[in-house]
Design a protein around this ligand. Structure first.
Ligand code: PLP
Length: 385
């Protein structure tokens, strides 16, 4: 917990102090990744997906922990994310999950990245770029097995295979696909995608085209579809201690890595009939003590009104009025001895009470991924034990 000394020190990671912050437990992260690693049979690799700052947790701290448990690579979405990993000194293979633009090829070379071409024009252009520049681009072929976002179609092997066989510079080191729905009880579409992928692999094998490591699973697939593990699993969310759905398999010992905290900025004792905040969305029915918490929707907190709870003094207290850009109000009348500067937990544990990312997802009418990826860079991230 930051005290005044820490507020001025490096624990703020080079940022100036702020009375709302995220805490990332490096120990829990290592433990989660260790559990995931130990669930995998020997010979199945772990690719740590750290796109979007590892869903708000900080790509570097997650990548470091992944490296520590022997992950075989990292995956990100943008060149900037990849560059930051390289700048931080990571030498692990980095898989780019998006189809590259031709204007980006130079950076793939510079940063030694694995491209995921999913269309012929890209693959041919990358190959030509490699031939012209005396460089052998690394590639994992992305296969569209029915999600219809990226990838070579599973039922179009005869269209793209001849191009793969003619490649002059590109080295195909892997082949993969992505589940549209791996974490719900109904696995029928996942099974169909899996069968389509197997069909592609068989077609390639039949003509002696080797495609290196095969992979398909995200967190949901890793948990619930062991038959889809192939050579490598791509895990993002689960490493952070969050499950992709309510129904997927649970692993003993997996725990959330992130907490979101703040300190009460001011206390406003109000009389019956008074209102709080923009739009006068809350009117006190009796005398109340309102605590103002210095964060809001500009930090990624859902813009709700009179809905949701946070933890203060070990109690769950309700939000009142509308969440503003930099402030939200809570009714702390029931918290005995509450004071300005008291710690508020927006996400995580305080005493016996917990607010989970699922609770914020419900407020946001969205999923955990969206809540975490929506946490803004203006929140300082403190890395703890
Ligand atoms: C984001 C992503 C993942 C990781 O998914 P989780 O559910 O967070 O484990 C895996 N594969 C691809 C292609 C992705 O885009």
């Amino acid at each position: 917990m930051p005290d005044d000394e820490n507020m001025a020190g490096m624990r703020w990671g080079g940022r100036l102090p702020r009375s709302s912050w995220l805490e990332v437990s490096a120990g829990v992260l290592r433990s989660n990744l260790g559990i995931i690693r130990s669930e995998l049979p020997a010979g199945v690799g772990l690719l740590s997906v750290v796109k979007a700052e590892a869903y708000g947790h900080g790509a570097e701290v997650v990548a470091r922990a992944a490296e520590g448990v022997g992950a075989s690579g990292l995956a990100v979405a943008t060149l900037d994310e990849a560059a930051r990993l390289r700048q931080a000194g990571f030498r692990l293979p980095v898989l780019m999950l998006m189809n590259p633009l031709e204007s980006e090829f130079e950076w793939y070379r510079e940063l030694d990245l694995i491209a995921s071409p999913g269309q012929l024009t890209t693959l041919e252009a990358l190959d030509a770029f490699g031939v012209a520049g005396g460089w052998r681009p690394k590639v994992h072929l992305k296969i569209n097995t029915g999600m219809n976002r990226y990838g070579f179609r599973w039922d179009g092997v005869s269209d793209w295979l001849p191009v793969v066989r003619r490649l002059g510079a590109v080295r195909v080191g892997g082949i993969y696909s992505h589940f549209a729905m791996s974490d719900e009880l109904d696995k029928s579409f996942a099974e169909l995608q899996l069968a389509r992928f197997s069909g592609v692999l068989e077609a390639l094998e039949a003509v002696g085209v080797g495609c290196g490591v095969r992979h398909f699973c995200n967190s949901g697939g890793f948990l619930d579809l062991p038959q889809a593990h192939h050579d490598l699993v791509r895990v993002g969310l689960l490493a952070l201690g969050i499950y992709p759905s309510r129904v997927c398999r649970r692993l003993e010992g997996i725990a959330p890595v992130l907490s979101w905290k703040a300190r009460i900025a001011t206390l406003q004792p109000i009389a019956a009939g008074e209102v709080v905040g923009y739009g006068m969305r809350y009117t006190a029915e009796s005398p109340r003590v309102i605590g103002i918490v210095p964060l809001g929707y500009a930090d990624g907190f859902p813009r709700v009104r009179n809905e949701g709870e946070v933890l203060v003094g070990g109690c769950r207290v309700p939000l009142v009025g509308s969440v503003a850009m930099d402030a939200l109000a809570v009714d702390v009348t029931a918290v005995r001895g509450v004071r300005v500067g008291d710690e508020v937990v927006l996400l995580g544990r305080q005493g016996d009470e917990v607010v989970g990312v699922e609770d914020l997802a419900r407020l946001k009418r969205s999923v955990s991924y969206d809540v975490l990826a929506g946490l803004r860079g203006r929140l300082p991230r403190l890395i703890g034990a």
